[in-house]
Design a protein around this ligand. Structure first.
Ligand SMILES: *[C@@H]1O[C@H](CO)[C@@H](O)[C@H](O)[C@H]1NC(C)=O
Length: 420
């Protein structure tokens, strides 16, 4: 075994050296400054805000990645504007190489577990899709896999329907959950897969028998594979149909929904990471979510889009910061889910924040959270999972913790719905 590990490690080191070179010398900074100003820089895509949250009112804290050239540009700007900054990592490429080694090791541990899918490591598109098909084969009365559409690069987007009544009981509430709309947020598919696992392994629990579930564990397979194989920080889809796509492919799936789409001039540059696309629902990935939601929207009280990171439950409206008519319920249910997670979270994890997306973060348009809310889903959230040290680079040894604690929160949300 020792020799196998050494081999795997060697392989990892030699195969990865080139891949992360583009981030050689890029540094991570924690910055803190006026919310409106930083948010504008972030939503315009000028600064890649890897995570952000309002600390006190009007003050935003964020992690940013700066290349050596960007550093020259931004640090003097920060100094001028009273934006404080602290360097938290010297070389992103080094962090990514270390992550890759940890993942190679975690694959050995996962293989040793003897299970097709364990919570020890991250899996690629093929492994996840095969796993879903296998679950459907093993649980024909409960699990249905829908081949919902092909991505730009021809990968199958699958989702899972879990129901003890084949979705035929119109009185049952439906919960919809998606993951990995943003490719680099690798911790999100394991959370979705764990929810499926828990529902299947407790077939008599009321959460399985009284609720119909739609779970999309890998909403953006093209981007995910690209993040795994070429650019760890890739966020968007990989489509190339818009003007400028040769140079700047891909669309931000979470700006592509038809809700106040096209109303923010900051989202229409294909080269930014928040590009909204050439039209609402231009992406197969967002159309799959749209169609999965619409099929039974009138009995869907809860939609959660899994993202990473920041420990937050965010609710509508993100486009203008006002609250929907059931804002109080949104907040209350969010707090219940957050508390259920906090109760079992690691000590070093920051407590969850629950709030309106525009107030906690910044204005956004075309998000799945706001769109699902606008078409009639009662409670919709963007759930930002924990990131620990380096944001969406969550070392594989934390996967078990994140999937179990997040399930505690989502189960609480589901029970809340059943108590109505
Ligand atoms: C804010 O946006 C929502 C839709 O997201 C809309 O229903 C509401 O009227 C807007 N409020 C204001 C004050 O513009």
């Amino acid at each position: 075994m020792a020799r196998l590990v050494a081999c795997v490690l060697l392989l990892a080191v030699s195969s990865t050296y080139g891949r992360h070179e583009q981030y050689e010398g890029h540094q991570l900074f924690q910055i803190r400054g006026p919310q409106r100003e930083l948010a504008t820089l972030g939503t315009k895509g000028a600064l890649d805000l890897l995570s952000a949250k309002a600390s006190t009112s009007g003050v935003l804290e964020a992690m940013v990645k700066l290349s050596p050239e960007e550093k020259q540009q931004w640090l003097p700007y920060f100094d001028q504007r009273d934006i404080t900054y602290t360097k938290i990592a010297d070389n992103l490429a080094e962090i990514l190489r270390k992550e890759e080694q940890e993942i190679e090791l975690s694959k050995v541990a996962a293989a040793r577990s003897g299970k097709a899918m364990s919570w020890d490591t991250y899996y690629d598109y093929e492994a996840i899709n095969n796993h879903l098909d296998e679950l459907a084969r093993q649980n024909p009365g409960l699990v249905t896999v829908i081949n919902a559409g092909l991505t730009f690069e021809g990968r199958q987007i699958k989702y899972v329907r879990i129901s003890t009544t084949r979705f035929e009981n119109e009185l049952k509430p439906v919960i919809v959950i998606d993951a990995a709309v943003h490719a680099r947020e690798w911790i999100t598919p394991p959370v979705a897969l764990y929810i499926i696992d828990q529902l299947i392994s407790h077939p008599d629990d009321e959460l399985t028998t009284e609720i119909d579930w739609i779970i999309i564990p890998l909403a953006n397979p093209d981007g995910y594979e690209y993040s795994m194989n070429s650019d760890r920080l890739w966020r968007k889809t990989r489509s190339r149909v818009h003007t400028g796509s040769d140079e700047c492919p891909g669309v931000d799936g979470n700006r592509n929904f038809d809700h106040y789409w096209g109303t923010s001039d900051s989202a229409n540059d294909p080269c930014t990471i928040v590009y909204e696309g050439p039209a609402p629902f231009s992406e197969p990935e967002t159309r799959v979510i749209r169609d999965a939601v619409m099929r039974q929207v009138n009995r869907t009280p809860l939609y959660i889009s899994l993202h990473s990171y920041g420990n937050m439950f965010l609710y509508a409206w993100g486009n203008n910061g006002t609250l929907p008519e059931n804002g109080l319920i949104l907040h209350l249910a969010g707090v219940r889910m957050a508390q259920a997670i906090d109760a079992v979270a690691l000590d070093k994890s920051e407590p969850y924040i629950v709030g309106n997306a525009a107030n906690v973060l910044y204005y956004t348009t075309g998000t799945s959270r706001d769109w699902t809310k606008s078409v009639g889903v009662t409670m919709t959230y963007t759930l930002e999972l924990p990131g620990y040290e380096y944001g969406f680079i969550v070392p594989p040894q934390y996967i078990k913790q994140v999937v179990t604690e997040t399930w505690a929160g989502i189960a609480e949300g589901a029970r809340y719905i059943l108590s109505w």
